[in-house]
Design a protein around this ligand. Structure first.
Ligand SMILES: Cc1cc2nc3c(=O)[nH]c(=O)nc-3n(C[C@H](O)[C@H](O)[C@H](O)COP(=O)(O)OP(=O)(O)OC[C@H]3O[C@@H](n4cnc5c(N)ncnc54)[C@H](O)[C@@H]3O)c2cc1C
Length: 455
């Protein structure tokens, strides 16, 4: 027997942050909502995320004396995007960032670490990390909320076709239990099917560097099949070449793994990156992800991420598992590091001395890394090293939407009854997404899509 009705007012495709935000808001606006999810477990990439979220003008920033504004966050996101984003959509994300951050705390009971983090490309600290450093808590709390509200999430149910009649969506065909079924959609279809980071053939078409030799942090479910279906019915796709790689990844483990905690939270702010070709630094370690990844690809082989004990202490993360598994290795001296990784000892030591001297005037004369008060020279043994290489992390292009989360056709007109939110959309992050801004975006646009679809 089918577990789903033959008709629903609103059908949401995908059970990540975007889909579940949309479903909850549509339900609150009194619509009958059904969520379908192709995998056996809900959550897509959302459930494996770190759960880091960016927001401006928060109480935490006020207490810590961090001066921020919506305008500054917009400027940061637009600059990283290399201005390939829609300013109206970015404005909505930033304006509603505090509201969705508070929503995760009040509605879904997420508790965050008190320290406000800064990641490359943000001008000020505005990123909040859950105490667990895991996105699973928020996702499961959203699933429980759906249960509580009576919103059904049907798993192992793949939308294979969107059916139109006279340019209007009337139903979808789903594959469930090996058979095709039709679900009529009375009011609206919300597409929240995530990105295509694990779809090697599709991503390689838009960025030839990202072939099978480049690994990904994504789940296998992150493919372009629904995007193609939207394309078939006339949706406009933008920025498909904007594929973000995570430069904080370790080459010594699969998937996201344990390394990014060291790479992103310790090496980039408190340490340095060293090229094995030159034994020197090659980039501002606090640049945005695209700049660092592109520079890493130019090195042609893995690079070294290095921090000292003081950096580890300031970062204050539990990296014991990464050390136990040799993802992060400990060394007593810089010379040991040079020998182990076949660096030119003299050049490498000179480079570190030079970096340390930059702290005398708090100015990185080579790469303009912002040297803030909590950063310091690399002096204190032991030293910690990770072999680093980018992994495909988020896809930033996709369906073109407007401020109401309506999907636009190639004439920039809304396709009737079709809405989208989350990683399947484009226009918000452009060339490069700043850390923690994806979750903000999924929640903001998920809610916008849900409310407008229910109207
Ligand atoms: C390891 C990792 C860590 C991350 N950490 C952070 C972070 O800390 N902060 C941050 O801002 N961002 C982070 N990101 C990025 C962020 O998590 C994602 O961009 C975001 O969760 C995407 O949410 P979504 O709802 O759009 O898609 P997803 O969460 O991927 O959900 C889409 C769902 O749609 C389903 N689906 C697809 N096609 C169909 C179909 N045809 N029929 C039915 N179902 C379908 C998929 O199975 C999937 O479950 C991280 C990403 C990864 C991979």
């Amino acid at each position: 027997m089918n577990p789903f009705p033959s008709t629903t007012e609103i059908l949401v495709i995908g059970s990540g942050y975007a889909g579940l935000s949309a479903a909850i808001e549509a339900h609150r606006a009194h619509a009958r909502v059904l969520v379908v999810e192709k995998m056996a477990a809900p959550g897509g990439n959302s459930i494996i995320s770190d759960g880091g979220i960016a927001a401006v003008n928060t109480e935490e920033q006020r207490v810590q004396g961090i001066s921020d504004s919506v305008e500054l966050m917009i400027a940061d996101m637009r600059r990283a995007a290399q201005y390939r984003s829609d300013p109206k959509l970015v404005k909505l994300v930033c304006e509603h960032s505090r509201e969705v951050y508070e929503w995760t705390k009040t509605e879904f009971k997420i508790r965050y670490r008190s320290r406000v983090e800064i990641f490359g490309g943000h001008s000020v600290a505005r990123c909040y990390t859950p105490e667990s450093v895991k996105g699973v808590d928020l996702l499961l709390s959203m699933v429980r909320k759906c249960d509580e509200l009576g919103i059904k999430i049907i798993r192992k149910c793949t939308v294979t076709q969107i059916v139109l009649h006279q340019d209007e969506i009337v139903s979808v065909i789903v594959d469930y239990d090996g058979r095709n079924h039709e679900i009529a959609v009375a009011k609206a279809l919300i597409v929240a099917a995530g990105g295509y980071g694990a779809d090697i053939a599709f991503r390689e078409r838009y960025d030839a560097r990202l072939d099978e030799t480049v690994s990904t942090t994504n789940k296998a479910s992150a493919d372009a099949s629904l995007l193609r279906e939207c394309m078939r019915i006339g949706a406009q796709l933008i920025d498909l070449d904007c594929i973000q790689c995570g430069p904080w990844a370790s080459i010594d483990e699969k998937g996201f793994g344990l390394g990014p905690l060291f790479g992103d939270y310790v090496v980039f702010p408190y340490g340095i990156l060293i090229s094995r070709r030159t034994s020197r630094r090659f980039v501002n370690e606090l640049a945005d992800r695209k700049i660092i990844s592109d520079e890493m690809f130019r090195q042609k082989e893995w690079v070294i991420g290095l921090a000292d004990q003081q950096g580890m202490d300031t970062g204050n993360w539990d990296l014991s598992r990464a050390i136990e598994r040799n993802i992060v290795r400990r060394f007593d001296s810089l010379e040991d590091i040079a020998h182990t990784y076949e660096l030119n000892v003299r050049v490498f030591l000179e480079e570190i001395e030079k970096y340390n001297r930059f702290f005398e005037n708090d100015s990185d004369l080579d790469f303009d890394k912002p040297l803030t008060q909590d950063m310091h020279p690399i002096l204190c043994s032991p030293f910690y090293v990770m072999r680093m290489w980018p992994k495909v992390h988020t896809t930033l292009g996709g369906l073109k939407i407007d401020e109401q989360a309506r999907v636009l056709n190639i004439h920039d007109q809304p396709i009737k009854k079709l809405f989208a939110a989350g990683e399947i959309t484009g226009g918000i992050h452009g060339a490069s997404r700043l850390g923690s801004c994806a979750i903000t975006e999924c929640l903001v646009f998920g809610r916008i899509a849900g409310r407008n679809a229910a109207k």
